[in-house]
Ligand binder design. Structure first.
Ligand code: M6R
Length: 609
């Protein structure tokens, strides 16, 4: 995720900006930049790579000024490069931006036609040009920003500077956080409080659709109509480490809780306005690729492999194309049946997993077309694939994958709809229905996240269990595997995921009072069968924790604990089921006092085979 810092005050501005950017460093980024009002104009310095590269670039320069903005970038639109790094400048405007501008292509087209020349591949640059456009129409800076925001669709946290009004710094927010820090005779802006916690503890937290105008030693908040909104600052009590984690005890918990946002970002800009199309710009643009393939191979490792298993189910259901799902390390050594009629889809959070990359290289050698699903722009996977779809989860710091997994599921759902439309298997009405449910998903996830206290209670109850069984059927079976993996890797409790129908072929022998069994029992085609499995476990005194659909009264009498999730189409249920299982694993690991973010023996990215 990108980071923003802005400063207006008497200190040495570059120092404050660089200090703020350094404090955001733990989240990872691919480029950084600053803009400072110096010698009557805005000077911009940007560099791809670590902050050190930028530091070296500006070392020895005396960029003095009283106002400036800085940014660390986590690329979404446009690869990491000096040109794509923020701040972006247009005329007398400089902008830093977090978020995604959905309508940037149409805005860019109109601006280009009216003579604006673009220097980057980013969506952000349209904001700078739009504000500049209104300035040229003689609107004052504040009004120009307000008018520009009226044209933009999407999410943003912004900080804007203008050469014509050098004593002013403007910020704005929509679906991406931005705070205003009120220091002693100085004002700050930041996407995250830790960036500026050294200078103040008094903050105004902007709401969606609000702007902040910082000048003359004060910060005013206004809405997009220009109406002033009185806003009292709040005093933040977090220490810097707590602040990095957004007030959560661990990054993993923060990352679980931010899934509604991560999924909103992942969906954003990928659905046409009339809801009839999925947009993956440039993918199969000539229509030849989908026509040419006769099978799809999904390859990944660990949690990403569980996403691949869900993907197999989704693609086969929505497109009727034969799909195989394979573990990276297995695929490569089994002389796979792959040729130029195969679409190889690799899935990886990091894009650096050695086994997944080896599978990709093997498939390329055999002539397959390759598509990557990845969270890191410019990773090896994205560079080596014919096409990459990015999950906009933002940096995932906890070793246990959480938001990367749920966003992978969402991409696989979108990809299935994309392919289903092209193969003609999905009707217009179905498309509308599936997209409608997808759009509701972030709200449903918020509901699930709000139920975390009950999951914490259940976690406390079972923390001393030594073994766990997770059961699911159909599209929810991979979620049973994922629930078990999450529990294993952070709580060190032995857990197995199983297809519920396989229970009587062996694992049922394990069931007794000591064996908690997590059963995924949402209302879908497999519900009756899953209820039979619940009876089987119940008869052998197994302790059942069920994940069930809201309103299911029957199940409560048969199981010891129930976690309810809101109903949706069965193809999206895996996303909703995932969050309670992540939380269950998290709370149990935390009760055991484990190092949740860095579990023993595990690395975030497995770059060796
Ligand atoms: O970066 P990748 O998605 O390729 O990583 C794959 C696995 O190493 C990863 O999912 C691992 O299983 C996680 N620790 C799961 O939480």
């Amino acid at each position: 995720m990108c980071g923003i810092v802005g400063y207006l005050g008497p200190r040495e501005t570059v120092g404050v900006l660089m200090d703020g950017l350094r404090r955001l460093e733990y989240r990872g980024y691919d480029s950084a930049g600053i803009a400072v009002f110096h010698g009557g104009k805005i000077e911009v310095r940007r560099a791809r790579g670590k902050l050190r590269v930028l530091e070296e670039a500006i070392a020895g320069e005396s960029l003095e000024g009283k106002v400036g903005i800085g940014h660390t970038r986590w690329a979404t639109h446009g690869r990491p490069s000096d040109d794509n790094a923020h701040p972006h400048k247009a005329g007398s405007i400089a902008v830093v931006h977090n978020g995604i501008i959905e309508n940037y292509l149409s805005l860019k087209k109109v601006l280009t036609e009216s003579g604006h020349v673009f220097a980057s591949e980013t969506d952000t640059e349209v904001i700078a040009h739009l504000v500049d456009h209104f300035l040229r129409e003689d609107f004052p800076f504040e009004e120009a920003v307000r008018r520009a925001l009226g044209k933009i669709k999407g999410s943003y946290a912004l900080a804007v500077l203008c050469e014509k009004e050098p004593e002013k710094l403007i910020g704005a927010r929509n679906e991406s956080p931005l705070v205003v820090g009120l220091g002693e005779g100085e004002l700050l802006i930041a996407s995250d409080t830790p960036a500026v916690l050294n200078y103040t503890r008094d903050f105004i937290f902007l709401e969606d659709g609000e702007m902040a105008v910082l000048s003359d030693g004060k910060a005013e908040v206004l809405d997009l109509e220009g109406k002033r909104i009185p806003r009292e600052p709040k005093r933040v009590k977090w220490n810097p480490l707590m602040a990095e984690k957004g007030g959560y005890k661990h990054f993993m918990l923060k990352e679980i809780m931010e899934q509604p946002r991560a999924i909103t970002d992942t969906i954003r800009g990928r659905i046409s306005e009339d809801r009839s199309e999925i947009i993956f710009e440039g993918l199969d643009s000539d229509g030849k690729m989908v026509k040419a393939i006769n099978r799809i191979a999904l390859v990944a490792c660990g949690t990403s492999y569980h996403a691949a298993l869900v993907g197999r189910y989704l693609i086969e259901s929505l497109c009727r194309i034969p799909v195989e799902a394979d573990i990276g390390s297995e695929f490569r050594y089994r002389n796979p049946l792959v040729d130029e009629k195969t679409l190889l889809v690799t899935i990886s959070q990091s894009g650096e997993t050695a086994d997944t990359l080896a599978a990709l290289r093997e498939a390329r050698k055999r002539g397959a077309r390759t598509l990557g699903i990845c969270n890191v722009v410019e990773s090896s996977l994205s560079r080596e694939s014919d096409y990459t779809i990015f999950t906009y989860a933002g940096p995932e710091i906890g070793v246990a994958s959480t938001k990367a997994f749920s966003t992978q599921l969402v991409i696989l759902y979108l990809l299935s709809l994309f392919l289903g439309k092209r193969t003609g298997y999905i009707s217009h009405t179905q498309m509308d229905e599936f997209i409608g449910e997808l759009v509701r998903l972030p709200h449903l996830l918020e509901e699930v996240v709000r139920g975390h206290k009950e999951i914490e209670r259940i976690g406390r109850k079972y923390v001393h269990a030594e073994n766990f069984l997770y059961l699911g059927r159909g599209i929810n079976y991979p979620i049973a595997l994922e629930g078990a993996l999450k529990l294993k890797e952070i709580s060190y409790i032995h857990a197995e995921g199983y297809p519920a129908g396989e229970m009587k072929h062996g694992p049922i022998a394990l069931i007794d009072r000591e064996m908690p069994v997590v059963v995924l029992a949402t209302k879908d085609d497999t519900y009756e069968k899953v209820m039979n499995n619940i009876e089987e476990v119940h008869a052998r005194e197994g302790r059942i924790i069920a994940l069930a659909s809201q309103g299911d009264k029957e199940i409560a009498s048969k199981v010891e604990d129930v976690i309810f999730i809101p109903p949706t189409v069965s193809l999206l249920t895996p996303v909703l089921l995932t969050i309670p299982l992540q939380l269950l694993a998290y709370y149990m690991a935390d009760f055991k006092g484990n190092d949740v973010d860095q579990p023993r023996n595990l690395a975030k990215s497995v770059t060796v085979e």
